[in-house]
Design a protein around this ligand. Structure first.
Ligand code: HEC
Length: 191
């Protein structure tokens, strides 16, 4: 008889235990169910893509304030006009000298970004031109016209493209230091 009561007690405790385990589950995956210390479970911060009661259009994630730039980014200071191209040539200084490492990197980047039009040698006979896929004739980078330009002007053309827009801007694709290394290669490595 005594043994039977003990058994019932154990069964009772087990049932409560199982009940507790199941009651902790929740149908909604986004809910933490019953929570002890709920301030840790529910953030009071707004969700990035959620709606906001603070603004009339209820948008939560706002655009950055006009003029905001990413950290450590230096905006390009010259516009796309002839005067600005000349000014870039007068004011920008190539930080590199044509040493082995600079020329190696410059050649690498030139081959990737410029040789398809200007040709490996710079004469204007790249694949896109000889195959007639690109119909404008690039100037020869070996010409006096290009070689006599200050480094900053070539940097400017790479950054914003040519004034006729036949050559596109490469500023978003090539890091500034690599643009300078390409300039160094164009001035000292092409033949
Ligand atoms: C899609 C083909 C194409 C690519 C890629 C290209 N260029 Fe050009 N480039 C041209 C054409 C076409 C011209 C002639 C543009 C004109 O007359 O306005 C030109 C002109 C130039 C000029 C002379 C600009 C001037 O003031 O008259 C320079 C310097 C130059 N390119 C350098 C480069 C360098 C360096 C690269 C690689 C970063 C490059 N180009 C990539 C097609 C290209």
């Amino acid at each position: 008889m005594k043994l039977k009561i003990e058994k019932n007690k154990i069964l009772f405790v087990m049932l409560i235990g199982i009940g507790l385990v199941f009651s902790a589950c929740h149908r909604d995956n986004n809910s933490t169910g019953q929570a002890y210390f709920p301030d840790m479970s529910y953030s009071y911060a707004f969700e990035t893509y959620g709606s906001s009661p603070n603004f009339s259009d209820s948008i939560q994630m706002l655009m950055p304030v006009e003029g905001t730039i990413p950290r450590e980014m230096i905006p390009y200071q010259f516009g796309k006009t002839f005067q600005e191209q000349v000014r870039a040539g007068q004011e920008l200084v190539n930080p590199y000298t044509p040493d082995e490492a600079v020329m190696k990197r410059g050649k690498e980047q030139y081959t990737i970004f410029c040789s398809n039009c200007h040709g490996v040698s710079g004469k204007g006979d790249g694949y896109l031109v000889t195959s007639k896929l690109f119909t404008a004739q690039p100037v020869s980078l070996l010409s006096d016209y290009v070689q006599s330009k200050p480094d900053g002007e070539i940097f400017h053309v790479i950054t914003l493209g040519s004034l006729s827009t036949l050559m596109g801007a490469h500023g978003s694709q090539i890091k500034p230091e690599d643009r300078w290394k390409i300039v160094t290669y164009v001035k000292n490595g092409l033949k």
